[in-house]
Structures are given as structure tokens and as C-alpha cells.
Design a protein around this ligand. Structure first.
Ligand SMILES: *Cc1c(COP(=O)(O)O)cnc(C)c1O
Length: 290
């Protein structure tokens, strides 16, 4: 079922000498549309949908959501219909942005819902209503994070990754990706999350998926909040891309790399630490002009 996906996943060394060794695991290269971590999050959801005879994937997201883009593409590629409940009813009367246009072109039915309705997206009663309305749909939460997603994100690290690295870094949105990485990491490893948004609540979100302690989270590089940017971030992103010829995007991966470079420069990591940073993709949402 997953022969669209390019394995094995390429690695790229950014720094071999100096104070640390830094490699990047390029999940962004596994598929042009079902990007990076979103493939791992969808994988077992797609299998369950097939097994249960569902004909539709229904999920939630904001107007720029990489998860909406990935779900629309996956549904199209694997033979499901798809429904996207998109935050903001005002969007219904506006031209579609590139993310939503692509989702629409792939056949996703876009339903624009009020912020009040969108807030119900985790409520059991609301989800039951949706399930009654769409009995053939597999309902996947916002950002794709559920138990099946965790099963998938535990496959991001390989046996070699557990042996060859001391620190694993990844960008954090809902926490499903880092939780799978933590669960599948070795006891000796440290997992470091760079939050794309502000606040401590994510700490609890992650804790609900893992009992392990070998991880930490920082929001020091989130530039004030989700999808916010700063001149410093955009400049970092541009310089990084020029130096390494690796594309980043401003919502997740640029914040992670900026944070990681800052910590390396501050000598936060002991000499010769072997670091693996996960490039989680998301390039469909990249700012085109900066
Ligand atoms: C969605 C996304 C994340 C965050 O993943 P979570 O599992 O929600 O924490 C990180 N990076 C990119 C590029 C993403 O699209």
C-alpha cells in the first residue's frame, strides 16, 4: 500500500567536526506531498480505514495546515474520499490559499466552520454527531495525533539511529511526532523538542503519550507563537538554505534549526555530542517570498 513512499530515508551531515556532530534525517524527501512526519502519523490510520471499510477520511485543520494537505493527498492516493473541517467560516467567501486549493483539487470537501464549532473538535458528543453524519468516515484529530499516529511515529527512528546518536531533535506542534520518537528512543538518548508555539500545555500533551523521562521541550525559539515569524528567523532560514541547499519552512523546521544552532553555539551540548535533527518536511506551507 505504501509503495509511493521513498525509502530508505536519506541523511545529510551538516557538521562533522567542531564541537558536535550534526546530521539531518530528511523525512521531507520521502514524498513530495505526504510530507515528512505526516506520513508516519497517517500510516496506521490509513490501514485502519482500509480494514474497517471506511471510504472517507475526515479531519480538522487551519487554513495553512500541513496535516490537511497530507490527508488530502493520502486520501487521493489511497482511494478514500476526504473531508476537511477548516477553522474560520469567513474563509468560505474568500479565494482559497495554495494549501486549501491543492486540497480541494485533490478532491477534499472543505467545510469552513466557525471558531466556536472548531473548538468542539475534541468533544466526544460533537465527534459522535460527526460520525453519525458521516458513518463511513474515519475521523482523524487535528494535526493527526492519535494512538495510531503514535504507532507510526515510533517508526521514524531506526535501530541505527538509536545506536549512532546521543541527542535527537525535532519540531513540535501537537506533540505526536516527538512522543513517538521518545517512545522509540534508547535510554541513553536525550530527545529535545523545539516547540512551534508558546506555552507549557504541550508538556502535558506529550506526557499523556509517554512515561519516559529522557526528553525536554523548549519554546524559546517559537518567535512569539504558532506561525509567527521574526526577521531573525527569516534571515536564519535564508542563510541556512544558502549554506546547505536544504529547504526549511518558517512554522516548524526553521525554528528548530535556529534553536539548535543557537544551543550549539552556546556550547549547550558536551564536546563530540552526536546529534540527529529530524527534518519533518512541511514544505508545502513554505513562505515563498522573504
Ligand atoms: C505537523 C508538523 C510538525 C509537528 O508535528 P506534531 O506531531 O504535531 O508535533 C513538525 N514539523 C512539521 C514540518 C509539521 O508539518
Amino acid at each position: 500500500m505504501f509503495d509511493h513512499i521513498a525509502f530508505p530515508i536519506p541523511y545529510q551531515t551538516l557538521q562533522r567536526a567542531g564541537t558536535v556532530q550534526l546530521d539531518l534525517k530528511r523525512l521531507d524527501l520521502i514524498h513530495p506531498h505526504i510530507s515528512g512526519n505526516k506520513f508516519f502519523k497517517l500510516k496506521y490510520n490509513l490501514l485502519k480505514a482500509k480494514q474497517q471499510g471506511c471510504n472517507t477520511l475526515l479531519t480538522f485543520g487551519g487554513a495553512f495546515s500541513n496535516h490537511i494537505a497530507a490527508t488530502a493527498y493520502a486520501a487521493h492516493a489511497f482511494g478514500f474520499q476526504s473531508i476537511g473541517l477548516i477553522r474560520g467560516e469567513e474563509l468560505a467567501t474568500q479565494a482559497l490559499n495554495p494549501t486549501l486549493q491543492t486540497a480541494h483539487d485533490l478532491g477534499m470537501h472543505l467545510h469552513f466552520v466557525s471558531r466556536a464549532e472548531y473548538r468542539l473538535r475534541h468533544e466526544t458528543a460533537y465527534l459522535q454527531q460527526l460520525q453519525q453524519r458521516y458513518p463511513q468516515a474515519l475521523i482523524i484529530p487535528e494535526g493527526g495525533t492519535n494512538a495510531l499516529a503514535l504507532q507510526g511515529t515510533q517508526e521514524i527512528l531506526t535501530e541505527d539511529d538509536r545506536e549512532n546518536y546521543d541527542v535527537i531533535c525535532c519540531a513540535v506542534g501537537t506533540g505526536g511526532t516527538i512522543a513517538g520518537i521518545i517512545e522509540s528512543s534508547s535510554e541513553q538518548q536525550q530527545v529535545l523538542g523545539f516547540s512551534a508555539l508558546k506555552g507549557d500545555f504541550l508538556q502535558q500533551e506529550i506526557q499523556q503519550w509517554t512515561n519516559k523521562q529522557n526528553w525536554s521541550l523548549t519554546d524559546a525559539y517559537c518567535c512569539g507563537g504558532y506561525a509567527r515569524t521574526s526577521p531573525e528567523l527569516l534571515q536564519f532560514m535564508q542563510q541556512f538554505e544558502q549554506q546547505y541547499a536544504i529547504p526549511l519552512e518558517q512554522v516548524y523546521t526553521a525554528k528548530m534549526m535556529m534553536g539548535l544552532f543557537d544551543l550549539i553555539q552556546q556550547r549547550y551540548f558536551p564536546e563530540n555530542t552526536r546529534i540527529l535533527a529530524i527534518h519533518t518536511g512541511g514544505l508545502q506551507g513554505k513562505l515563498k517570498t522573504y
